[in-house]
Write a protein that binds this ligand. Structure first.
Ligand code: DAH
Length: 351
């Protein structure tokens, strides 16, 4: 019996080894371990064995031999199968890929990022304020109390049922209020706030929506000279080094004194053309020294701190930079318009 089992184990080892597919392996299992399998039959012979214990042990040896060999082979076959699959499903990375339609940055995003870079390099932070503003931040804290006549110039979109409470921000100075209010120690501030502004405007050079860039600097000993230097750098960055800048006295309720900033016409270079209405200048920014009332309303001591603020729409700069003739196309979402701003034209054309 012992020799018989040893021979059987050997036979099992050889047979299992020679198998080359899962099917063949399973057939072997039936042959040895199935209902009428060789080992199963041996097992049923136990009742007639002279030495049941030894017989049992030998049959068990045959059974474990089979199971071990079977498991080993099964693992090998699975691995082989997997490798085959990997091989057959391999991706040929040398094949040219399908053309991906690359998007490009919206012209307004480009101008915005370029300016953020400039201001960050001058030590400013960037603050992103909400487009839905409170009347308080948009007007009252900017020295425009309820009923102030200057509000008329900024008719905008009020939220239904919330008149005199919430509105789409109608001017570029609301970010500064939020930053001043949030600055708990009421110390120095240098910040620019990009974002959208909404106004009741709709023609070739005015849109009901524009992209703002407002700025605020608060510190001790801040003067008009700081304002002029900063805004000159701003204009030269966007319109080219040769650009001249002039400051005209103006009125804004939240700054005193207030100025309007003109740059030499980017079309004719200052000679005079239809774009600048033959003046050679184009108005690009509103600015001024922060009104003491505005400082006080947001918790600043106007005896200690001064500040300057400015605000502008970036759309006109984009029109110049990219040769856009109608401001409304900027927000029209027409893919034919947007496709013109491919990634290739990212270089600075003002240089
Ligand atoms: N807030 C003004 C607007 O949207 C622009 C402006 C003018 C901002 C003067 C200022 C400023 O900070 O000092 O039309």
């Amino acid at each position: 019996m012992k020799e018989k089992i040893e021979a059987l184990c050997k036979e099992i080892e050889e047979k299992v080894k020679s198998v080359s597919s899962v099917k063949e392996l399973n057939d072997l299992k039936v042959e040895y371990m199935g209902k009428k399998g060789i080992i199963t039959e041996l097992q049923s012979g136990i009742k007639d064995a002279a030495d049941k214990k030894e017989y049992g042990m030998l049959v068990n040896l045959a059974r474990t031999t089979f199971n071990e060999e079977f498991d080993k082979k099964q693992r090998d076959l699975n691995e082989l199968e997997l490798n085959k699959k990997i091989e057959s499903e391999r991706i040929d990375v040398t094949l040219p890929s399908k053309k991906i339609r690359k998007g490009s940055k919206h012209p307004m995003t480009r101008i915005e990022e370029e300016l953020e870079d400039l201001f960050v390099s001058m030590g400013f932070d960037v603050y992103d304020g909400p487009e839905i503003e409170t009347d308080e931040n948009c007007f009252q804290k900017l020295n425009l109390p309820l009923g102030h006549p200057a509000r008329d110039a900024q008719d905008t979109f009020y939220l239904e049922g919330e008149y005199e409470k919430y509105l789409l921000r109608s001017q570029t100075s609301t970010g500064q209020v939020r930053v001043m209010e949030a600055n708990v120690d009421k110390g120095p501030i240098r910040v620019v706030c990009p974002g959208k502004v909404y106004r009741r405007d709709d023609d070739a050079t005015h849109s009901h929506q524009f992209m703002q860039m407002e700025g605020l600097v608060i510190d001790e000993n801040i003067s008009m000279a700081d304002l002029k230097g900063t805004l000159e750098a701003f204009c030269k960055k966007l319109l080219g080094e040769k650009t001249d800048v002039r400051f005209r006295p103006s009125f804004f309720p939240f700054t005193e004194p207030s100025v309007e900033v003109d740059a030499t016409c980017f079309k004719c270079g200052g000679k005079g053309c239809p774009l600048c209405k033959n003046t050679g200048w184009i108005e690009v920014l509103g600015a001024g020294m922060v009104h003491p009332n505005v400082l006080k309303m947001s918790g600043y001591d106007p005896e200690k701190y001064q500040g300057f603020a400015f605000g502008t729409g970036l759309d006109r700069f984009a029109m110049f930079r990219f040769g856009i003739t109608d401001i409304r196309t900027i927000y029209g979402n027409d893919i034919r318009f947007l496709n013109q701003f491919t990634r290739g034209d990212e270089e600075d054309v003002t240089k």
